[in-house]
Design a protein around this ligand. Structure first.
Ligand code: CA2
Length: 152
């Protein structure tokens, strides 16, 4: 069967607040802007995107499980769940799709509790501290891997 040309974009808890607070950390673009940016970056390579954002871990797990049937990869900013959630990591590992992990801020330069990611070692692509444009970087790198154009 031909691989689906569709990505799942997952944004975790509190990312619905993008553009409303903390612009010095997260910029001034909204979640809608992020979803448009990702859709455009994917479309230029012939991929479509299904986007989900939730403040509820189980909703995110269900969306990840569903992606197994009709997506070729997952771009995810897990928000604070990055640093706490074994179940999110297990869901990503369990579906076996290639994953790109994105963080808007440079988590390595912030509080120590943000330095560890439960998702990092199940992701093939990591984009950290590039602001919202990092989502587009992640899409390009993930699609290159999916389509076999990655150079290592
Ligand atoms: O830098 C990132 O993208 C983070 O994943 C964002 C999470 C944070 O817990 C991670 O350590 C790093 C927080 C998302 C909250 O987003 C907000 C956006 C605007 C205003 C308030 C929160």
């Amino acid at each position: 069967m031909t691989a689906p040309r569709r990505l799942l974009l997952v944004n975790g808890p509190n990312l619905n607040l993008l553009g409303t607070r903390e612009p010095a950390v997260y910029g001034s673009q909204t979640l809608t802007d992020v979803e448009s940016l990702v859709a455009t970056a994917a479309a230029t390579r012939g991929f479509e995107v299904r986007a989900v954002q939730s403040n509820h871990e189980g909703v995110l797990l269900d969306a990840i499980h569903e992606a197994r049937t009709d997506c070729a990869g997952i771009v995810i900013n897990p928000g604070g769940l990055t640093h706490t959630s074994v179940v999110l990591r297990d869901a990503l590992s369990g579906v076996g799709l290639p994953v790109a992990e994105v963080h808007i801020s440079d988590v390595r330069a912030r509080e120590p509790f943000r330095h560890h990611s439960y998702v990092a070692d199940v992701a093939l692509v990591h984009v950290v501290g590039e602001g919202v444009s990092g989502y587009a970087t992640a899409v390009v790198r993930l699609i290159d891997i999916i389509t076999g154009q990655a150079d290592g």
